[in-house]
Design a binder for this molecule. Structure first.
Ligand code: BTN
Length: 243
């Protein structure tokens, strides 16, 4: 697969807030860099390889250089109380883009893993700058991995493995950002709930100092996962039995 082209992404994002696109062959983490540096609203950093990629809950995020779409984008003007909804919007944006550009149906696992055939194809991390001035959303999509390039125990897949071919990463990136641009200022929670495969599943949620097990019944408009009457606002979910 060729490198994503910043110029091509920019052209496809005409009319959106995302007007500052940078491509780096290698960086420690697009997320660490953008959270630390800030910059204009609509700044996007795309990388081919990360040497210190970050996952949710302090985990590391490893990549196969050239096989993943990895980027972080900076958004301003989001009220702090709506910041957590940006990453839910991100899940819907990636699912839509995978369907239109990749040609395969995609679902969500709470809060924002994107799945194809119930296997993880994308993870994301949303962070509010310490100043509260901007939100940075970091997205990693498995695009071009071939058989054997994703360890089986991860329960992951790539678009190529699921759809038979890999889309161009710059086209996928632009499609995600176009969707995200529209979704952050709209009411998308009904679509989120329709796509969310956690609702109706038997789940185990591991939080910092507690564990909840039961049936996930809903995701509230504020993003909380309802498990047998308990509202879970953050934590790792295991689907014990899928819906
Ligand atoms: C997860 O599922 O744990 C979230 C993974 C987020 C990975 C992306 S890749 C681009 C951006 N830079 C990072 O260091 N992390 C995010």
């Amino acid at each position: 697969m060729g490198d994503p082209s910043a110029a091509r992404i920019l052209k496809l994002l005409d009319g959106t807030r995302f007007r500052h696109i940078e491509f780096l062959p290698s960086v420690d983490s697009t997320q660490t860099m953008l959270v630390a540096e800030g910059g204009p609203g609509g700044r996007v950093i795309v990388a081919d390889h990360q040497t210190a990629g970050r996952g949710r809950a302090g985990r590391e995020w490893l990549d196969v250089p050239g096989a993943m779409l990895m980027f972080s984008c900076l958004m301003k003007g989001i009220p702090p109380e709506r910041a957590s909804r940006v990453s839910l919007a991100g899940g819907v944006a990636v699912a839509r883009a995978i369907e239109t550009v990749g040609g395969v149906p995609a679902g969500l696992k709470w809060p924002n893993d994107v799945r194809i055939n119930r296997r993880k194809v994308c993870g994301m991390i949303g962070e509010l700058a310490p100043s509260g001035d901007y939100v940075v959303l970091g997205i990693g999509v498995n695009v071009g991995h071939a058989e054997g390039e994703l360890p089986d125990e991860l329960g992951a897949t790539s678009i190529r493995l699921s759809a038979g071919s890999a889309p161009r990463r710059d086209e996928l990136c632009a499609a995600i950002l176009r969707e995200l641009d529209a979704l952050v200022s709209s009411d998308f929670m009904d679509e989120y709930r329709r796509r969310c495969e956690t609702i109706g599943s038997e789940v185990r949620v591991e939080m910092r100092d507690a564990k909840v097990e039961g049936t996930a019944t809903d995701v509230r408009d504020d993003g909380a996962l309802m498990v047998d009457g308990w509202a879970v606002v953050a934590g790792d979910v295991v689907h014990v039995r899928d819906a």
